[in-house]
Design a binder for this molecule. Sequence first.
Ligand SMILES: *[C@@H]1O[C@H](CO)[C@@H](O)[C@H](O)[C@H]1NC(C)=O
Ligand SMILES: *[C@@H]1O[C@H](CO)[C@@H](O)[C@H](O)[C@H]1NC(C)=O
Ligand SMILES: *[C@@H]1O[C@H](CO)[C@@H](O)[C@H](O)[C@H]1NC(C)=O
Length: 498
Amino acid sequence: MVFIALEITVAFSERLTGVRSLNRPRRAIEWGPDIAGPFCAKRAPRCCPDRLDECSVPILDTLCYCDDFCDRERSDCCPDFQSVCRRRPSPPPPIRAPCEYNGRYYRQNEQVKINCNLCRCVRDITSTNGYSFQCGNNVCLIQEDVIDTVNKYPNKYGWQASNYSQFWGLTLEEGRRYRLGTNKPDEPVINMSNIEVLNDKSLPREFDSRKKWPGWVHGVRDQGNCAASWAFSTTALAADRLSIESRGAMVLDLSPQNLLSCSDNNQGGCLGGNLDSAWWFLRHRGVTTEACYPYTSGVNGKNGTCLARDLQRDRWCPAGRQTRDKLIYEATPPYKISSSVKDIMAEIEMNGPVQATFRVQDDFFMYRSGVYKYSRTGSVSAFQEDDRMLYHSVRIIGWGEEVISQRLVRYWLCANSWGTAWGEGGYFRIVRGSNECEIESFVLGVWGKVEADTVLRELLNVFRAERLQARTELERSRGRRHLRRHRRRQNKRKKQKS
Ligand SMILES: *[C@@H]1O[C@H](CO)[C@@H](O)[C@H](O)[C@H]1NC(C)=O
Ligand SMILES: *[C@@H]1O[C@H](CO)[C@@H](O)[C@H](O)[C@H]1NC(C)=O
Ligand SMILES: *[C@@H]1O[C@H](CO)[C@@H](O)[C@H](O)[C@H]1NC(C)=O
């Protein structure tokens, strides 16, 4: 600072006296690369011959020069002196990788995976810095433009979308391959005759089977990376119906792994399955409980070999437990309910949740909340669609209605099998009454096989457990009374002593 002040003083006195000292040393300065011009380029007329101290430009808090003299000393020329005054090419700018993603820079030809595509940093004359990423053309399971559009117009679409980290990085095709898994039923199966639902009753505007049968309707599970919705919706429905029909005597989680690994007749395991074969298995073989045969396919994506060929005889659970309890639970043949909204509602209200199969569109994976309806905002996928692979099965557990921007929107309340972090705590609502995504096309109900002696035995167990609990409580309260009496006596004794 002192030095600069001195220099300015000298320049000032020089101008006053009109005397030029050719030998006056100028300060030796190294300009850093970060103060690259324009300096001399801004002067008009630009550069000066010989030595002319006025031929300068402010730089930082001092001056730099654009006269020939500065060149001789190679000390205080402006950073752009060489390129502007000598017309020499300026040194190349510091090398900085030209492509940026998530705060990291990538050199030319360097690759990075962005969502579900591998991208390479390439020259691109249309971009501002001459480079951009060129990416593969997979349609991703998470499509950011779909999320943006759907969330921007909540009144138009009626639902909100979200970026799920468990889906980020997967292609749409992978999502379909690993997260769905119910084959579209064949025509003869679809053409099964409907049962007659007696529905002369008026139905409520809203219904949630969890409220009518608290504790008896099973929660949401996660099929993981295994396309086994066929096994999840089937075991969950059978379990719901068993607990409702037995009036809570048989509240059990049934094992989808048992069905997945052992129902190998015309089934694809983690590659998807048929509901008619799944129900055949539940009718003729039955499945055990989740505790006895826990789910493992979600983690490794493998079908698993069947560990329950003769569970009932062996009385041994794959989980490693030996037991004398009833191990196998069965169902009667399923029945088809007509596609009439009223019939489906009446069936749910009377008998409990139903199983529904629907076609999953690309935006459904991103559903977060609200009443879902296919938005048609995604890119139409480029690959050949295998029609059978696009179906998924869930339970419909109730219905309701909601006003969205002055329109009354009716919906089904459904339980998915993608874990509780997806959708509305694992559930979703979908437009009711217009066969949205074919959700009303193929709806099944079933009776659990509830044998009178089983119910009696289960009720007896419940009764015993309750009696045991009552007795324990009684003993505990007796114990407390005893303790109080004992304390009182002790206190009395103390008082007498003092
Ligand atoms: C979506 O989530 C992934 C992983 O959690 C994250 O890397 C990505 O930046 C997110 N995208 C947006 C648009 O928020
Ligand atoms: C199923 O029903 C549809 C419509 O009623 C009919 O056109 C079709 O031929 C039936 N298919 C079979 C296999 O019965
Ligand atoms: C699962 O079973 C299906 C049908 O049997 C088979 O096509 C598929 O390859 C199996 N998957 C694995 C990972 O073993």
